[in-house]
Design a protein around this ligand. Structure first.
Ligand code: PLP
Length: 404
C-alpha cells in the first residue's frame, strides 16, 4: 500500500482565506441583498499598466510567427528581464548583484514555499508572529516544525518572534539560535517595516550565528520612507547570509499574470557548498520557466513609461491606505501600517477576538477583512484591511465602519 506524506496530516484547519471565503459565501447566501465590500485578501484590483499590455500584445504577436516564436525559456529566465531587474532593482541602489544570481519564477508564493527544500530537515526556522502563512505551512509539509499545539496554535520546533504593539512590530533576536530566519519587510500582515539600520543588525546577527535569512520583499514598491531598505543587499554582508524573494504581483498588479524572482548570491555558502548551485539545480529540475509573454511584460515594468505608470498605481493604492488609516483613526481605532505597505493593521475594539471582529464587520458593515489571528497567535486581537480595493469601495467601506 502506498504511503502519504504524513506531514500534510499535521496541518491544522484550512488555509486562512478558504475559511474567510466560506464565511462570506454563507453570509451572502443568507443576505443576498447586501452589498459586500472586500478588503480582505491582498489581491489587486486595478488593470495592468498600458506599457505592460503593449508589451504583452507584442509578445503574443511574436509567438504567432515561426521566426519570432519562443518555446521553453532559459533556466534562469530571459536575459532581457534579468538585466532589467539587476539595473533597476539592484545596481541603481548600489547593490552588486549579477544577472546570473537572479532566478525568474512564477511568483513569490511558490518560491517562498519551495526554498526550504534546499535546506536540511533538522534546521530550526524562526518566523515573525504574525506571519505570511506560507513560510510555516511549507515547513510543516516537509516535516521541519515538530508537533502542533492546538491550544497555543504553535509548533514545537518553530521559533516565534512576536511582533506586537508593545515592540512596535519589530522582531527581536530570539533566545534560541535559529538556522533559517524568515523576514518579510515591509510586512504582511502588519503593514509595518523596520529601518535599514535595524535590518543591518539582522544581517550581522545572521552572519554571526551562521543562519540564513529568507527575505521576502514582495511589498518593496510601497516603501515611502527614506531610511527603509528596498533590498536586503543594501546591507553590508547580506550576500553571505541572505536569499531575497521578489514578486511582480503587488508592484505591477501581476497577481493573475504570475511573475517573480529569487536572488541567490554566489557568495552564499554552507561550508563550501554553494546555495546558488543548489537552487540552480532545483530550479532547472522542477521548474520550466515563466512564459515568454509574461517575462516581456515584466521587462516592460522597468521601461520609462512602465515605471511612471506603476508609480501611479502604487500611489492609487497608497491613497486608499491613507483613507483607511485616517478614517479608522477618526473613528477611534488604534491603527498601524499603511505608510510603507498597502496593509492597515488595527487593534480590535472592546477586546473582541479577531474572528469576533470579522463577524461584527461582516454583519454590521458588510465589509470583509482578515482576522489577525489567522496569521499567528500574536495576531490575536488585531485585524487586517487591505488598500487594494477600488478607491470608491475603500471610501464606502470606511464610511460604513465610521457609522458603526
Ligand atoms: N509573499 C508575501 C509576503 C505575500 O503577501 C504574497 C502575496 O500575498 C506573496 C509572497 C505571494 O506573491 P506572488 O503573487 O508573487 O506569489
Amino acid at each position: 500500500m502506498f504511503k502519504i506524506n504524513e506531514n500534510y496530516q499535521k496541518l491544522p484547519g484550512s488555509y486562512l482565506f478558504s475559511t474567510i471565503a466560506k464565511k462570506v459565501a454563507a453570509f451572502t447566501q443568507a443576505n443576498p441583498d447586501k452589498d459586500i465590500i472586500r478588503l480582505g485578501i491582498g489581491d489587486v484590483t486595478q488593470p495592468l499598466a498600458p506599457a505592460v499590455i503593449e508589451a504583452m500584445h507584442k509578445a503574443v504577436d511574436e509567438m504567432g510567427s515561426a521566426e519570432t516564436f519562443h518555446g521553453y525559456a532559459p533556466d534562469l529566465g530571459y536575459e532581457f528581464l534579468r538585466n532589467a531587474i539587476v539595473e533597476h532593482d539592484y545596481t541603481s541602489r548600489g547593490c552588486d548583484i549579477a544577472p546570473d544570481e537572479i532566478f525568474v519564477s512564477d511568483g513569490a508564493k511558490s518560491d517562498s514555499a519551495n526554498i526550504q527544500e534546499i535546506f536540511g530537515a533538522d534546521n530550526k526556522i524562526a518566523v515573525c508572529d504574525p506571519v505570511y502563512p506560507v513560510y510555516v505551512d511549507s515547513n510543516v509539509m516537509s516535516g521541519r516544525t515538530g508537533v502542533y499545539n492546538a491550544e497555543t496554535e504553535t509548533w514545537s520546533d518553530v521559533i516565534y518572534m512576536p511582533c506586537t504593539m508593545e515592540n512596535g512590530f519589530v522582531p527581536e533576536f530570539p533566545k534560541e539560535t535559529p538556522d533559517m530566519i524568515y523576514l518579510c519587510l515591509p510586512n504582511n500582515p502588519t503593514g509595518t517595516t523596520i529601518t535599514k539600520a535595524k535590518l543591518q543588525e539582522w544581517v550581522d546577527y545572521a552572519n554571526r550565528v551562521g543562519a540564513v535569512i529568507i527575505y521576502d520583499g514582495a511589498y518593496e514598491a510601497y516603501i515611502s520612507e527614506e531610511d527603509v531598505a528596498h533590498s536586503i543587499y543594501e546591507c553590508e554582508g547580506a550576500k553571505t547570509c541572505a536569499i531575497e524573494l521578489k514578486s511582480f504581483s503587488k508592484n505591477a498588479g501581476f497577481t493573475g499574470v504570475r511573475l517573480g524572482y529569487t536572488v541567490v548570491p554566489k557568495e552564499l555558502k554552507c561550508q563550501d557548498v554553494s546555495l546558488h548551485g543548489m537552487w540552480a539545480r532545483r530550479h532547472g529540475t522542477k521548474f520550466n520557466g515563466a512564459p515568454y509573454i509574461v517575462q516581456r511584460a515584466g521587462e516592460a515594468t522597468y521601461s520609462k513609461e512602465g515605471r511612471a505608470q506603476l508609480q501611479e498605481q502604487v500611489a492609487y493604492y497608497m491613497k486608499n491606505a491613507a483613507v483607511i488609516k485616517t478614517g479608522l483613526k477618526d473613528a477611534g481605532y488604534t491603527v498601524f501600517g499603511g505608510v510603507n505597505a498597502p496593509y492597515i493593521w488595527l487593534k480590535t475594539p472592546d477586546n473582541m477576538t479577531s474572528w469576533e471582529f470579522f463577524d461584527y464587520l461582516l454583519e454590521r458593515a458588510n465589509v470583509v477583512g482578515t482576522p489577525g489571528s489567522g496569521f499567528g497567535p500574536s495576531g490575536e486581537g488585531y485585524f487586517r484591511l487591505t488598500a487594494f480595493g477600488s478607491s470608491e469601495n475603500t471610501l464606502a467601506a470606511i464610511e460604513r465602519v465610521k457609522k458603526l
